[in-house]
Write a protein that binds this ligand. Structure first.
Ligand SMILES: *Cc1c(COP(=O)(O)O)cnc(C)c1O
Length: 434
């Protein structure tokens, strides 16, 4: 091991050389230096506001559902490391990939039989789009090459995913005229429990019907729109999409990269709607936050369609496809998840967040407070002051990363009641001061 770097030296080099998500170069905000992490706690290299340890309210962007440094996941990684950390997937296969694929087929909605193991969420969406476009070419419907989505979505930062992100986002506007032009429905009316709005359902049906001749697929995040605005909607709209897609001969892609693996209270958000998509993307929590891996699953109909084409193969194959280390940890992470009462844990956190976030309703400038499963959101009437909100959360001993007008949390499922209460207090403090 090299000598540990001094924090000031590290930060100077970081600012000079290292891009951060959606960041300028050189960096302008001073990131916190994390030295290690265990359970639900991040350990900082130097204290901030008197805190050296922070309860993680973000699960490293939805992924670290079992917390950090978990003995079972560590053991899975170590065991696989000693066999092989990677081997190419062309012409070769291995047990971690096969086990993981079989497990994903078993636990995802009925009918999804084939698994493409990709190396990130965005790539899994690229693969999903490629599957759909190639399917229609292969079955001779060459005109069906566009996508439809609803506003307010987020599907990743590479090209095809960006084209179906909310078109009013800054990044999207930057590239208008360069991105493939897709079709946007209005954003789904808010509220998981709200009665479905019949006019909105008609709007979806009408738009899908009108564009069916040119539509390869509809792609949406079911039930929870994540990075596009942390909005919840009725599962009835997902059912309506399924029906309209079936009626008009359009494929349905559900992006469960954020919602998959229990986060919304169902193992997959599609289950709230009782729907099987033609193509499903999962990622984020897939490896329990250890390594980068995502998966695109599809039905036999999609796979067989592609096989009938002039080019009868799915033309995609990343270097690190099905990385054995990531696959072994993912399989262990799913084993951990399914081997416990995950639904009970998510319900417990949901109850804790409802209680902990309730005081935010009384704060000036708070527009909405909402909780679904292990997701809690406080929406303000203004852009959050990131530095002030971060400081307020850190003072409460919690790591939060607000964005736009939202202070939000999705705790690791292993967060205890006290941790959840602390996170709730920190969200309120960040909403008050941010
Ligand atoms: C995070 C996310 C992605 C992109 O995944 P990356 O691993 O960041 O590329 C795509 N879709 C949804 C719904 C996401 O939340």
């Amino acid at each position: 091991m090299p000598e540990p770097m001094r924090a000031d030296e590290l930060l100077a080099l970081d600012q000079q050389h290292v891009w951060h998500p959606y960041g300028p170069m050189p960096g302008r905000q001073r990131p916190l230096v994390v030295e290690s992490a265990a359970g639900v706690r991040l350990r900082l290299a130097e204290p901030m506001a008197g805190r050296r340890e922070l309860v993680d309210g973000m699960s490293s962007w939805w992924s670290a559902i079992h917390g950090y440094n978990h003995p079972v996941l560590n053991e899975a990684a170590r065991g696989q490391l000693e066999r092989m950390s990677h081997v190419m997937f062309g012409g070769l296969t291995h047990e971690p990939a096969v086990r993981l694929a079989k497990r994903l087929v078993d636990i995802t909605p009925e009918g999804l039989e084939h698994v493409f193991l990709a190396d990130s969420g965005s790539v899994s969406v690229e693969v999903a789009v490629k599957m759909c476009l190639q399917y229609w070419r292969s079955v001779g419907e060459v005109g069906k090459q566009r996508l439809l989505t609803w506003r307010g979505g987020y599907h990743g930062d590479t090209w095809q995913p960006m084209a179906v992100c909310d078109p009013d986002g800054g990044m999207h506007e930057l590239w208008s005229g360069r991105l493939p032009r897709q079709i946007f429905a209005q954003a789904p009316p808010a509220g998981f429990d709200a009665d479905p709005d019949e006019a909105y359902v008609r709007h979806l049906r009408e738009l899908i019907g009108r564009h069916a001749h040119e539509l390869a697929a509809v792609i949406v995040e079911p039930v929870v729109q994540g990075a596009g605005g942390m909005r919840f909607h009725s599962p009835a709209y997902v059912r309506a999409l399924r029906e309209a897609c079936d009626e008009h001969g359009v494929l349905l892609v559900l992006d469960e990269i954020a919602t998959g693996f229990g986060r919304t209270g169902a193992l997959f958000a599609a289950e709230h709607a009782g729907v099987t998509p033609d193509v499903l993307c999962v990622g984020k929590a897939l490896t329990g936050g250890y390594l980068t891996m995502a998966a695109t699953l599809c039905t036999p109909r999609v796979a067989e369609g592609i096989s009938r084409g002039e080019v009868p193969v799915l033309a995609h194959g990343p270097t690190f496809m099905a990385n054995p280390l990531a696959a072994a940890v993912a399989d262990a992470s799913l084993g951990l998840l399914l081997g416990q009462d995950w639904a009970g844990e998510v319900k417990r956190i949901e109850a804790g967040l409802r209680e902990g976030l309730a005081p935010a309703r009384g704060l000036p400038g708070v527009r909405d407070v909402r909780v679904l499963g292990a997701i809690g959101v406080v929406q303000l009437d203004r852009e959050v002051d990131m530095a002030a909100a971060t400081r307020a959360a850190v003072r409460e001993g919690v790591w939060l990363r607000p964005f736009r007008d939202m202070v939000y949390t999705m705790p690791p499922f292993v967060a205890g009641d006290e941790d959840v209460a602390r996170i709730g207090a920190a969200v309120c403090a960040a909403a008050a001061e941010g």
